[in-house]
Structures are given as C-alpha cells and as structure tokens.
Design a protein around this ligand. Structure first.
Ligand code: FE2
Length: 431
C-alpha cells in the first residue's frame, strides 16, 4: 500500500480503525489490517475525517482587508460599497495571488473543497478569469466550484444577466443570485424565476444569496423553493444565508420549512458573518440574525455552515479554519447537545460535500484518499479545540503536517507538559 493510517477513530465514533490507501483511493478500512504501507502513520486513537468543505465563500474578495480602506461601520452595505470602490482597481494578478495564498491556508487546514461565489457585475469579468485560473492551479489539492454571483443585482445592475451568461460559458459551474438586493420585492421574485429557469435550461445548480437581511418580510426563499419544485430542480438548489428567517413569524416559518424540505433545497448559514452583520439596526435586544439551523435540520433540510469571508471588505478575521466556523455556528444556534454538536461537525464536512455534489467523498473503500488526521479524539473535541491538523491527505499523499498542540509548563510544583485533552497531561519527574 502507498499509505496506511493505524489506529484511527472515525467521525461516527468507531475506534481502532486502519485505513489503507493505494493509487489515490481508499483500498481498505478495518481493524488491524494485515497490510504494510510505504508510509505508515500512527493515529494513536485520533480522529480521521473526510476533508473540510466550505460551501459558501468569496475568494475574489479574500485577503483584501484594508483595500482601499477598512469598513468603518462594519455593516453589510458599507462592505458592498467598499467592494464597489475596490473593483475598478483589481488586477487579475493580485486576485490570483490572494486566492492562491488563501488556498495554501485552506490546504493546511484540511479544507479541500470550496464553493466560491465570484462577482460577475464587472463587465471585464476579471475576477471570473482569475478564479478559473486559480481553479486550474489548485485542482491537484482543492476542488474549487465557482458560482456566478451578481453582487449588484441581476436586474438592478446593467449587463449583469449577460455577464452571468458569459461567465457560465467561460466555465463557471453554478448560477447565483441576490434577490433581496433587487429594487423591489417583485423584482427580487422575478430575479429568482429568471435565474432558476436559466439553470433548468442549462442543467446547472443554483446557489443564491437569499434574504440576507433582518427584514421578516424578505421571503425570497419561498419563491426559490417554489421555482425549484415547478422546474424540477430538486437537490440542485441552495439558499445561502436565509437570515430573514431568524426574524420571521413562527406560524409562517411552520409553513415554510416543509416547503423547503419538499423542494430539496439546501440551506447554508454563515455564522461568523451573520452574527456580525445582522441586527445592526437593532438597539437591544440585538438579534443574532443566523437562520433557524436546528429547525431546518429537524425538517430534513441539508444545512451547512460556510465561512463566507476571510479578511475582506465585510470581515477582518478568519484563517480558513472550518472548525472555527462550526464552533461559532454551534454557539449562535445554541446546539450544545452531543448529537447537535456532532451535527455541527457534519455541517462543515459531509453535508456541504453533498451540497456541492462532490464525487468520491468519504472514508469508504473506493473513495478518493482525501482525509484529515486531527489532534482530537472525536468530532466534538475537534470543535472544542479547533484541533491541529496532524496530517492532511489528498489523493493518498500527505500534503500538510502540523505538530500536536502542546505546551511545556513551568508551574511551581507542577512541572510537565500539557495539551488540552482530558487526561493527557504528562508529568515530568521532579528535579
Ligand atoms: Fe456570501
């Protein structure tokens, strides 16, 4: 075998598992496999997971924080205005360099699949060209899926629909939208219909920024689910953000959730961004703004957590760590039960993989040999510790390694080293 991982714990809690890899695929999974590997890694009981997947990101804007100035108010609308100021000065080379740097961070974090929106409202389509180039360059280690995103509105912005069609013709994978940013509710609904019809004609997936506002009357998700059903797009459509649902009337939501579930529309919450951008017009109490994650999950809807932004006009933090995203999502949604915390881990791994339609994802025999060895014993511990990625494996090759998190203590009367896992303190002999 090319690679064997010994004594791993799987995300479902199964322990003492060996994983054998050959020719870039998982060849065997089981207890004490009678095989030898050209390279063997002792997991020592640590968690092996399929790679992290970010279902919602903006790679054209990432790492541009402070260009040409910082977002003083920290609001969504100032972020959009700031992005508009930056757009004329963008160069393809700078976009590619920033995106590649982010992909380095992602690979080191075990984040090996990203769906990124790319703004198509600039007639030059510079960002589209740049990210298609990045997609080709990172293909050996990251699956990058592009969404044609009309940031300024498909109807509101001149040429946007024509640009979106050009972007799709150039190789962009998914149809985007932003109905709540159109001029009227009616125009928003019209944009959803137009874009879904276009996607149905071309056999494409849809992922719209939908109802990213605190306005409980922003109900474009209803239209998105309806159009999905009408056009037979089940399983190919995603509503991103859906923050207005946080503020909607409970009775209305009780009718809405089954419609979303029946339509097979997936949902993506972006907890780091929703918690910072929503509720900005509130005094106190301030709304959290994140969509109704546990309720959507209970209704049978696929719900993923996305990173959305890292060091860009909307958000000055982040480092490509999907465990940080899951950690925030868990807190904002108050999903603190053991099963709920595990579901938050799946919301940054298996669920977004399903939403993106990734082939060969998972830890079964025959899947791509893509996985991450974490410095944690379980999915919940991984979130608690934002665990170090001991090894990141892509197609059977270790592409990144990091040491376990540990510190050497010099406490009076308690010398030794510590890591943050229960029972793992190693005392040193007293001098
Ligand atoms: Fe977004």
């Amino acid at each position: 075998m090319d690679l064997v991982i010994r004594n791993a714990t799987l995300p479902d809690g199964t322990q003492h598992i060996d994983i054998a890899v050959q020719h870039g695929r998982i060849a065997a999974v089981g207890v004490r496999l009678a095989v030898t590997g050209a390279r063997e890694i002792d997991a020592a009981g640590d968690l092996v997971t399929p790679p992290f997947v970010d279902a919602h990101f903006h790679m054209d804007a990432t790492l541009s924080y402070g260009l040409p100035r910082v977002n003083a108010s920290g609001t969504l609308l100032e972020g959009i205005a700031l992005w508009g100021e930056l757009k004329p000065d963008l160069t393809q080379q700078a976009l590619v360099e920033r995106a590649l740097q982010y992909c380095d961070w992602a690979a080191a974090r075990g984040l090996l699949a990203i769906r990124t929106h790319v703004d198509i409202c600039d007639d030059r389509l510079l960002a589209v060209e740049a990210l298609l180039d990045v997609k080709r360059q990172v293909a050996p280690y990251i699956d990058l899926q592009l969404v044609a995103f009309p940031q300024d509105g498909i109807l509101r912005s001149r040429n946007a629909f024509a640009n979106l069609k050009r972007a799709i013709a150039m190789g962009v994978d998914v149809v985007g939208g932003i109905p709540h940013f159109e001029r009227t509710m009616a125009q928003g609904a019209e944009s959803v219909r137009l874009l879904c019809e276009f996607a149905a004609e071309r056999g494409l997936m849809v992922d719209m920024h939908c109802d990213e506002s605190d306005d409980p009357m922003s109900r474009h998700i209803e239209t998105l689910a309806y159009e999905t059903q009408r056009l037979g797009l089940h399983g190919r459509v995603t509503g991103s953000h859906l923050t207005s649902m946080h503020s909607m009337d409970n009775y209305y939501v009780s009718k809405l959730l089954p419609l979303i579930a029946e339509a097979g529309v997936a949902a993506i919450a972006n907890p780091l961004i929703n918690i910072t951008l929503q509720g900005r017009h509130d005094t106190y109490p301030k709304r959290r703004g994140m969509t109704r994650v546990p309720e959507l999950m209970a209704a049978g809807v696929d719900v993923a957590f996305g990173h959305d932004c890292v060091m860009d006009p909307w958000y000055g933090l982040g480092s490509g760590d999907m465990l940080e995203v899951a950690h925030m999502g868990l807190h904002v949604a108050q999903m603190t039960g053991q099963a709920a915390m595990h579901a938050c881990f799946l919301a940054v791994t298996e669920t977004p993989a399903r939403i993106l339609g990734l082939q060969g994802y998972g830890l079964s025999v025959g899947c791509h040999a893509d996985f991450v060895l974490l410095d944690a014993g379980s999915t919940v511990e991984a979130i608690r510790l934002r665990a170090a990625r001991r090894a990141v494996v892509r197609r059977g090759v270790v592409i990144s390694e990091a040491p376990r998190a540990a510190a050497t203590l010099n406490l009076p009367g308690r010398p030794g080293s510590v890591d943050f896992r229960l029972g793992r303190r190693v005392p040193e002999a007293r001098q």
